[in-house]
Every structure is written in structure tokens, then in C-alpha cells.
Design a protein around this ligand. Structure first.
Ligand SMILES: [Zn+2]
Length: 186
């Protein structure tokens, strides 16, 4: 697995746990001890052409991607799981955090949101009040209100684009999490 920085390829990104460390009660020293040293998002370099192609498609619709979370070390997974058990409790954490399977430790998984090219701002693709149910596939599908319809449209654009490029949704079917099915031998 050759990891590269997304910022070197003009793909917007953040390191989720670095940026949101206060929300998870994580210190910089703790993050450094598990291999996270700054607001840097990395992926397996074989994902780069796929992500660039996704951006080409999103731009047709007036968006581009921001990768909110990419490679995580196995040690980061363990640390975050411990913190989230403390903060959120086991039940919510186990629904939304794959501490055993660790898909982001392959470098082949990304969590994505869309940015509106006109405003430069991230678009709202779900309602935080719906956490955690709102992050799962089709939560808004049958809802008739305007906001829900908008969320569903945006999620459909994201998912159809990524699946069209060969990505899969994860086991939990979160609308923003995509895995590329490559074995390390390929
Ligand atoms: Zn993810």
C-alpha cells in the first residue's frame, strides 16, 4: 500500500479526527502516538485517478468532493473506539464505527461530502438531528418534505457517481462511506 496525500492531487480533504479531536476528547499527543500528525488525509495512491474522475463528474453538477476521512492507522481505530465508548456509549458507537473490520486501515476507503462550487461551502446532505439513523442509506428516501428530498438527491448523486466508478458502499451502508475493492496484491 503506497499512501499519498490528497492535497498533492488537488483533492480537498481533512483529517477528521485531527480536526474534530476536541469533540472526541483526543489530545494532539494521543493522536501523534497513533501516527496522526496534522491535518493530512492520505489514501492508497491507486484511488487517486478514481477520485479525480469522480470530481470531474461532480463538477458537471456544480459540486466537488471533500474527503472527510481517509486512511486511519489500526492504532487510531483502537484509540477512537475507546474514546467513543466513553463519550457516546457502546451502542451508538458500534452502529457507526467499524472497530473490528477497520476498512479505513486499508487506505482504500473514503468518507465524502460535497462542496458547492458557487459558495465554496459544504452542502448539507443529512440533518444532524437525525444522528445516527440519518447517515444510513435511504433514510430520507420515503420522506416527502423538501429538505429530505434535497438530501436524497444529493446522496443519490454522490452514490451513483462513486458506484459507477467501481466503489462499493461499506458493510453498514452509510451514504458517505465508499470502499474500493482492490486486494493488496493488485
Ligand atoms: Zn468511513
Amino acid at each position: 500500500m503506497g499512501l499519498v496525500d490528497l492535497s498533492d492531487y488537488d483533492i480537498k480533504s481533512i483529517n477528521y479526527y485531527w480536526v474534530r479531536r476536541k469533540n472526541f476528547n483526543l489530545s494532539i499527543d494521543e493522536l501523534k502516538s497513533v501516527g496522526i500528525d496534522g491535518n493530512i488525509a492520505q489514501v492508497d495512491e491507486r484511488l487517486i485517478p478514481k477520485l479525480q474522475e469522480a470530481n470531474r463528474i461532480f463538477r458537471i453538477y456544480g459540486y466537488e468532493m471533500i474527503v472527510k476521512d481517509a486512511y486511519r492507522t489500526p492504532e487510531l481505530y483502537k484509540l477512537v473506539q475507546k474514546k467513543r465508548y466513553e463519550n457516546d456509549g457502546r451502542e451508538v458507537t458500534d452502529r457507526t464505527f467499524s472497530g473490528t473490520r477497520m476498512p479505513h486501515a486499508t487506505g482504500l476507503a473514503v468518507d465524502i461530502n460535497l462542496i458547492d462550487l458557487k459558495t465554496g461551502q459544504e452542502v448539507e446532505m443529512w440533518n444532524r438531528a437525525d444522528w445516527p439513523d440519518g447517515i444510513f442509506l435511504d433514510f430520507y428516501r420515503e420522506k416527502e418534505d423538501k429538505k429530505s428530498k434535497r438530501y436524497q438527491e444529493l446522496q443519490d448523486l454522490l452514490i451513483e457517481t462513486m458506484l459507477g466508478l467501481g466503489f462499493h458502499l461499506g458493510k453498514r451502508k452509510e451514504f458517505h462511506h465508499f470502499e474500493y475493492p482492490l486486494k493488496d496484491s493488485e
